[in-house]
Write a protein that binds this ligand. Sequence first.
Ligand code: ADP
Ligand code: MG
Length: 202
Amino acid sequence: MTRERLARSAEAAVAAAEAIGWPVALKGVSRAVVHKSDLGLVRLNLADAAALRAAFGGIAEALDRAAPGSMEGVLVQEMARGGVAELILGARHDPGFGPMVMVGLGGVLVEVLRDVQLAPAPLAPEDAAAMLRRLRLWPVLAGVRGQPPADVAAAAEALVRLSWLAADLGPRLAELDLNPLILRAAGRGAVAVDGRAMLRRA
Ligand code: ADP
Ligand code: MG
């Protein structure tokens, strides 16, 4: 995960950014919103207090238009650097099949390109690696045209861990999405910058 902190005012957001380190990402937080960037609620690479205050105002205004009164604050987040690919990781509890996990091409093009693989949870490490190799995205992850290969081992490990979370929580975890999990070059790890989960009461 990124280092991050929820802030309820522009001043608190500046203090959080000082603690986390510039530049930061700023995101409007509201349970009423699923796709933040569609609504202008994601501002990246804010390098100083002036840029952050302006972004805070813009986010508050956009959220007020989209879902009045629903703003819970803003998330101040470290910028993830050195990414070479973005994946989506998901889990859901299927009434027939039980806990399932999903991995695919992530970012904002998920719905458009639909390059995903599904499997029942929990996963063995070799299952996770095989799911990644079945993606159309795989050649990109493996490194094409002088691009460095992505850290697929980190991606597989994240997928295995998510599968155990889904298996352990069972029907209580209705669904969970991490989008994107940003992959750095091989050996440099992966970081989730956005996540959303829905829990069912026991
Ligand atoms: P949403 O999916 O709700 O629109 P995200 O938080 O996923 O919002 O942000 C949209 C995109 O912005 C991500 O797919 C990613 O490319 C980029 N992004 C978001 N947060 C960061 C971050 N902390 N570091 C680097 N890139 C980020
Ligand atoms: Mg996202």
